[in-house]
Design a protein around this ligand. Structure first.
Ligand code: HEM
Length: 148
């Protein structure tokens, strides 16, 4: 139905059971990079120690989950779309290939390069003081030992 000047604009109201929100309000509370990035860090941490344990399926899974989060980040913040996809296609891809080849020496160098590049992007977006690093210890909540 065409909307004309004298028809009041309607908005969808989402009833969460605890509050009623407009779609605009719902949009506002979607996580941006400030909330998604720490989750990416957690996945990448797990990917690293899974690789060090030569646990291919776990390393593959964690990296894929990190990519899903990066794509979500680029979707909600299109400003980062081009560089995020460039990072996935170039820097992260090298880590992915090392995992697929079970080439754990290549994994180490590709991983360090990926982290350096991530931090270069942080600098590019005016946050040179955001220097992510792999924590010294493996994540305490997941067994890294390969099956069988
Ligand atoms: C291995 C990949 C990456 C990791 C592990 C990573 C990790 C992180 C972490 C942990 C933070 C939050 C720091 C904090 O607030 O405590 C952060 C922030 C950020 N990252 Fe990344 N990052 C990665 C790649 C990227 C890429 C490729 C981009 C852009 C193309 C990017 C853009 C940003 C931006 C803009 C912020 C600041 C968000 C804000 O608070 O507004 N990151 N990153």
């Amino acid at each position: 139905m065409p909307v004309t000047g004298d028809v009041p604009e309607h908005d969808h109201v989402v009833d969460t059971g605890k509050s009623e929100l407009s779609l605009d309000e719902l949009g506002h509370i979607q996580p941006g990079l400030a909330r998604i990035m720490p989750e990416i860090g957690s996945r990448i941490w797990k990917c690293y120690y899974a690789g060090k344990a030569q646990n291919q399926p776990l390393a593959r899974f964690q990296l894929k989950e990190a990519v899903n989060l990066m794509e979500m980040g680029a979707f909600v913040r299109p400003k980062y779309d081009e560089n995020m996809h460039k990072f996935i296609a170039e820097d992260l891809e090298q880590v992915k290939q090392a995992i697929e080849a079970s080439d754990w020496d290549k994994f180490e160098t590709a991983f360090q390069n990926m982290v350096d590049q991530a931090n270069s992007y942080h600098a590019l977006y005016d946050k040179p003081w955001l220097r992510w690093k792999v924590p010294d210890e493996p994540p305490p909540d997941l067994d890294m030992t390969p099956l069988g």
